[in-house]
Each structure stands twice: as structure tokens, then as C-alpha cells.
Ligand binder design. Structure first.
Ligand SMILES: *Cc1c(COP(=O)(O)O)cnc(C)c1O
Length: 371
């Protein structure tokens, strides 16, 4: 008989593009006894999660809940519910995740028009306006915090242009929620999704989503059913709201975890959380420049929670990251897509956005880069 020992994970400091270090309070919440998915006390926890998510997203949207699945499930949920076969969809692509949105929009039957930007750059309202001329998009989708490049896209101006063209907007907030200012209602965003393992500082497993009344109206007026049964908002919300009808078994312990993540976020306060991420970034940027690292993104659009730097000449991507992991216990991210082998991505998200963490990664980078 083979006997496999229990798994004890090594100690790692997670400073890549996610998952981020999990706050011990969240891990503790995760390990509490599993309740039934219709237990009255669990239903109360679900209500609290929805109400805290509304605060985090800064929205009054009734349809706000966490989808079972990671950030990509949230992306898919927003797109497949809002897109009907033949709908014109405009996707702004300035990195890896915009590309993924375009793929999903096409699979949902959308007639996809892609507007590209150079990786590491974003879009101006004027560019979008010109691109929309002669098109009748039902949906315009883009990424707020592009984790593959470290670019922060200005949102409200683009939403205004999309609205002017009669489109609903879908915003990827996977890396922005809990890290940088985000205001769903004030900015007029119609659908947005996020994930638990970035700036919310929890384990991966849930994808918070929110839909505006306008988005809900489009969903209710669909002439064909949503292609996904599992992600169909008109069905899932029968469990997360109203009649509490069984749809699928909620990942109970993940819900405990997001409950604690959101409690931590609101205890600290949104503004204070954003400020903590900014300060961690500023400390990192100062130290990074001292050891000769150059940022990919121009300063006004840099994400504090995701620092993308050019790999210095003569440094081997794989060997360098291997040393960081094995000698220092630190995980950072490599480049994706167009940036493969060219960029290192240092995430300072959630529980990782602290000065002692910044000092530790800077010291390790100094050694590995031989500075
Ligand atoms: C991480 C990420 C995703 C995908 O989330 P998963 O949890 O990996 O499915 C989508 N968009 C952005 C911007 C991300 O950073």
C-alpha cells in the first residue's frame, strides 16, 4: 500500500500577479466548519457578503454577488449574459486579459471588433470615439487594471463615450477592486467582475460581479437563452437572492473567506486601503530605481499593486526567478504574451502591500541582480 504524507506547503511570499499573500484571518475563516448551502445562518452570511460587496464596488446594484469560480468565471459571466448572438461587441485590448475578453465575447456569439493599444499603454476617449464611428456596439468591454502590463486605464471618460454610442460597458476589475479607486455607480459602469486572490487578499475561488439595472434589463429582454447554464444570472440569482432556490452548491468555505476579506477591507476603509497600496508602490519604485530597474508603464498610469519592470540586460528570466524562489522564498511573475521573457512583474497586493514586504523583495532583487 502506498502511503502519501499530508502536504505541508513551503513558506512563500507571493509577490506575483496573484494569488497574493493571504491574511491569516482569512485563512482561519476558511477552515471553519462547513454548513449546508441552505442553512439559515449561511444565508445570512451570503446576504452580508452581498452587502459588503456593494460597499467595496461602490454601487447600489441589487445584482451583486460572487460567482463560484475564479476571476475568469466572472469575466465569462458578465460577457455571456450580456451578449446575444450577432451583437456587435467592442473589446479594448492592451494586454493579455483584453485578449481573453475578446475570445470569450466571440464564443458567446458576439461580432467582435478589437481596438488594440501597444502593450503598456491604454486608450483615450478620442481613440474610442473614432473607433466607434459607423459601429452599433451593444457592449464595450475593457480592463481597468491590466495585470499583464501594469497599466491603469482611466475609466469614466471611456464609459461616457461608450454610452453615447448606446453600448453597455463591461469592466474587468480583477486586480483593481480593493487596490485602487473604483466607483461603479459614479462612473456609470454597467457590469463588472473581480477576483478574491488579488487585492482582496484571499484565496482564489470566487469572482464578485455586479450588474446595473440597465444591464439587468438587457438580460431580461434576451430573445435567446444565455449559452451558459451555470453562469446564467437569471438562474444563479434565484439562489443568491429571492427564493433561495437550489442552483448549485455554493463553495461554502470560500464564501466564509470572502466574508472575512470584505470585513478586513471595510474595517481598514477603502481610502486607507488604496493609500496603503500607493505607499507600498512608492517605496518599491524608489528602491527599484536605485538598483537600476526601469518601469514598463509611464508614471501617471502605473498600477501600484502590479509593478512591471523590464528585465535588465544579461539577466536570465527563469534562472533569476528560480533564485528568488529557492534562496529567498519569493515568488514574482514573469511576462505574459507579448512580454514573455522581457518583463518581471512584482505584485504588491492586499496583505502584500506593506513596507516590510517591499524591503524584503528589494533586498532579494539586489542580491539576485548582483547590485
Ligand atoms: C487575474 C486576472 C484575471 C483572471 O483571473 P483568474 O482568477 O486567474 O481566473 C482576469 N483579469 C485580470 C485583469 C487579472 O489580473
Amino acid at each position: 500500500m502506498t502511503s502519501i504524507p499530508p502536504f505541508t506547503p513551503p513558506e512563500r511570499l507571493l509577490l506575483g500577479p496573484g494569488p497574493s499573500p493571504v491574511d491569516p484571518r482569512i485563512l482561519q475563516a476558511f477552515t471553519r466548519p462547513t454548513l449546508g448551502h441552505l442553512d439559515p445562518q449561511f444565508l445570512e452570511v451570503m446576504d452580508q457578503v452581498r452587502s459588503m460587496l456593494r460597499e467595496a464596488f461602490k454601487t447600489k446594484n441589487d445584482i451583486t454577488f460572487p460567482v463560484s469560480g475564479t476571476g475568469t468565471a466572472g469575466m465569462e459571466c458578465c460577457l455571456v449574459n450580456l451578449i446575444e448572438p450577432g451583437d456587435e461587441v467592442v473589446v479594448l485590448e492592451q494586454g493579455y486579459f483584453g485578449r481573453r475578453m475578446a475570445d470569450i465575447a466571440g464564443r458567446a456569439g458576439g461580432k467582435v471588433h478589437k481596438l488594440d493599444a501597444k502593450w503598456g499603454e491604454g486608450f483615450t476617449p478620442g481613440q474610442l470615439e473614432t473607433f466607434l464611428e459607423g459601429k452599433k456596439p451593444k457592449v464595450v468591454a475593457f480592463v481597468h487594471a491590466e495585470t499583464s502590463t501594469g497599466f491603469r486605464q482611466d475609466v469614466p471618460e471611456l464609459v461616457e463615450v461608450a454610452r453615447g454610442a448606446g453600448a453597455l460597458t463591461v469592466l474587468d476589475c480583477v486586480t483593481s477592486l480593493g487596490g485602487i479607486p473604483l466607483e461603479i455607480d459614479r462612473w456609470g459602469v454597467d457590469a463588472a467582475y473581480s477576483g478574491t486572490q488579488k487585492c482582496l487578499g484571499g484565496p482564489p475561488g470566487l469572482a464578485p460581479v455586479t450588474f446595473s439595472p440597465r444591464a439587468l434589463e438587457k438580460i431580461q429582454k434576451r430573445s435567446v437563452k444565455c449559452v451558459s447554464w451555470y453562469l446564467d444570472v437569471s438562474l444563479v440569482t434565484q439562489y443568491w437572492g429571492g427564493p433561495r432556490a437550489y442552483h448549485h452548491t455554493a463553495p461554502i468555505n470560500n464564501v466564509y473567506a470572502i466574508h472575512e476579506s470584505l470585513r478586513l477591507l471595510l474595517e481598514e476603509g477603502l481610502e486607507a486601503r488604496w493609500k496603503r497600496h500607493r505607499e507600498a508602490h512608492e517605496r518599491f519604485a524608489k528602491g527599484a530605481q536605485e538598483i537600476g530597474l526601469r518601469f514598463v508603464v509611464a508614471e501617471p498610469h502605473r498600477l501600484p499593486q502590479l509593478n512591471a519592470v523590464w528585465l535588465p540586460e544579461g539577466v536570465d528570466d527563469k534562472a533569476g526567478r528560480k533564485r528568488l524562489l529557492e534562496e529567498h522564498g519569493i515568488e514574482i511573475g514573469t511576462g505574459l504574451g507579448d512580454f514573455a521573457g522581457k518583463v518581471w512583474r512584482i505584485g504588491l497586493m492586499g496583505h502584500g502591500a506593506r513596507s516590510e514586504v517591499v524591503d524584503r523583495v528589494l533586498a532579494a532583487l539586489k542580491k539576485v541582480l548582483g547590485r
